[in-house]
Design a protein around this ligand. Structure first.
Ligand SMILES: Nc1ncnc2c1ncn2[C@@H]1O[C@H](COP(=O)(O)OP(=O)(O)OP(=O)(O)O)[C@@H](O)[C@H]1O
Length: 536
């Protein structure tokens, strides 16, 4: 035992074993490695002799291939144990096989062979089987090789997106190993060092808004459009960036993917694993990892989309350390992820700052900004046919065909709509003048008014005042139920997120929370079913 350190705060790890812990709501701890050999958290090496904070609610494990000694302070977690049954060897073997593919691809690419790619791996499994943990380990193993890889990480699990708000599908290209300090880092910390609510410019993370926590038969068509857009983005990236192409891709998936009937339509009742097949084709997957689930493994190997592509399907063992996550825990995790998006990384507790010795640097907090915005200014839309008015509301005898990505505008003057918006997270999307639709009646009126104006100008040598009046009338007469934009904007890459924290029906204003001060990058926002109330 090191001098002066009480024995009960030391974890002695045997070679090839894991220290597993589950932190309670009041347990914030810091750990530091006292022994010379490396210790890893999700295959990211802990800095030697440096305190590494682990925040409340986190469930994870440390792994050491050689005997290790770790100090834990200021308290020792109530729920912790060491285990020699680890899946790290299997993950390492897998990593070595993937690394070989990456190296061969890079060599071929350097020799001028076009179209060679690194491995494209998709992970599937039932709920709480350790999918996100396997992705994180494989990504960190690739990033830790020193080869400078920049693999793509696709989050097709909107309940734990790469590093955005729940409800988002994400694509990121981390260049440094992903840390594990708290719940908001399933696959990497949010880009808090960039004080901007534009995600795509400087930060290698882009998001698409599903607005729900998992793919379902109701949102399957919207899901497909989003996945196609993500895959296109990745293709564009690979065309310009050979390193990304050879580094490969890891796709984390929703546990809903294990349901064979997900996405099956009435007109094709025999189709199975429709969304899995779509993702395989869109991202040109070559390796599928199935955790545990034997039936899923067999079902997938019989899937035509897989047979025709001659994919590798590898079944890997579920780690004994994976914790079954209940609904309450998931809600806590989601709320924490949203909070981190707006407020940044949690700050060190008093006890942590009081520790003697070096502490790893964290990204730090953000200063979110709350302000009011008029109902007419912020255009709030919903995507999907289920949001459209019921067919019974149509004139007698008429029918309609709805597009699955149909946009509906949330009419703030309808009290029920407005109440539903309180605490709703909104995704901001960019719009350009080409996206704007001028309703036909306004277009005709504008044309007629323009003609009247031209005649008046001719008669009076025009002062131009009438033009302003026409504009004003147009705005005044804007039908709050009409969607003034093309449908495509509902499924495009998001610029950032805001949350509606208050509604003033008298002044007709929303109070919104934005991650940074300044003008919103766009005043068109998409609502989903994700809500957030700050309970921290
Ligand atoms: N070896 C381990 N030791 C301790 N905890 C672990 C270990 N592996 C995974 N966990 C924890 O178990 C929980 C579930 O794992 P994970 O989130 O990777 O599963 P998942 O299959 O992606 O879950 P979901 O149902 O959300 O799709 C997480 O809190 C994770 O940190």
């Amino acid at each position: 035992m090191a001098a002066g350190i009480p024995e009960q705060t030391i974890v002695e790890l045997g070679a090839g074993s894991e220290w597993r812990f589950e932190l309670e709501a009041d347990e914030n701890i810091a750990i530091r490695v006292l022994s010379p050999d490396p210790v890893f958290i999700n295959s990211c090496e802990l800095p030697p002799t440096t305190w590494y904070p682990l925040y409340r609610h986190l469930k994870s494990s440390l792994y050491a291939s050689k005997p290790a000694r770790i100090e834990v302070s200021p308290t020792f977690p109530a729920s912790q144990y060491t285990s020699t049954s680890t899946t790290q060897h299997q993950l390492l073997n897998l990593h070595l096989a993937l690394e070989r593919v990456r190296i061969l691809a890079k060599r071929a690419s350097n020799d001028g062979v076009s179209g060679v790619r690194g491995p494209r791996v998709m992970i599937l499994g039932p709920p709480s089987s350790g999918k996100s943990t396997v992705v994180k380990n494989l990504v960190n193993l690739a990033l830790g090789t020193g080869m400078g890889w920049t693999p793509g990480v696709v989050g097709l699990d909107p309940s734990s997106p790469t590093n955005l708000i729940p409800g988002t599908l994400s694509l990121s290209t981390p260049a440094l190993p992903l840390p594990t300090h708290h719940l908001a880092q399933p696959l990497g910390s949010p880009p808090t060092s960039i004080p901007s609510n534009t995600l795509s410019a400087d930060v290698p993370t882009v998001g698409w808004w599903l607005g729900g926590l998992e793919p379902t038969n109701r949102n399957a068509e919207v899901w497909k459009v989003l996945v196609s857009a993500m895959a296109q983005k990745w293709r564009d990236r690979c065309e310009k960036d050979k390193l990304a192409m050879t580094s490969g891709l890891f796709v984390d998936t929703s546990s809903a993917f294990a349901n064979p009937l997900l996405g099956t339509k009435k007109d094709d009742p025999k189709a199975r694993y429709t969304l899995v097949a779509q993702a395989i084709e869109a991202f040109e997957i070559d390796t599928i990892l199935v955790i545990g689930h034997e039936k899923l493994h067999i079902d997938l190997s019989r899937l035509p989309a897989i047979q025709s592509r001659n994919l590798n399907i590898i079944r890997i063992a579920k780690s004994g350390g994976v914790v079954d996550l209940d609904e309450t825990y998931r809600e806590t995790a989601h709320s924490f992820m949203v909070r981190t998006y707006f407020y940044g990384e949690p700050s060190l507790t008093k006890e942590m700052t009081g520790l003697v010795g070096k502490m790893v640097g964290m990204d730090g907090g953000l200063n979110p900004y709350s302000f009011q915005i008029g109902w007419e200014t912020l255009v709030v839309l919903r995507v999907g046919e289920e949001n459209a008015a019921p067919s019974s509301a149509l004139p007698l005898g008429s029918s309609r065909t709805l597009s699955p990505t149909k946009l509906t505008r949330v009419d703030p003057s309808g009290p029920a709509h407005v109440v539903r918006l309180l605490n709703t997270v909104l995704a901001i999307v960019a719009v350009s003048s080409e996206d704007r639709i001028i309703p036909e009646k306004h277009a005709l009126k504008a044309e007629a008014d323009a003609q009247v104006k031209a005649e008046a100008e001719e008669a009076e040598d025009g002062q131009g005042e009438d033009g302003g009046r026409v504009e004003a009338e147009l705005v005044e007469e804007e039908d709050m139920e009409e969607v003034p934009y093309r449908e495509e904007i509902g499924t495009r890459e998001v610029l950032g997120f805001i949350v509606i924290t208050g509604i003033d029906p008298q002044k007709k204003k929303y109070t919104v929370l934005s991650p940074s001060p300044g003008k919103l990058p766009s005043t068109v926002a998409i609502a989903g079913s994700i809500e957030w109330v700050d309970s921290a």
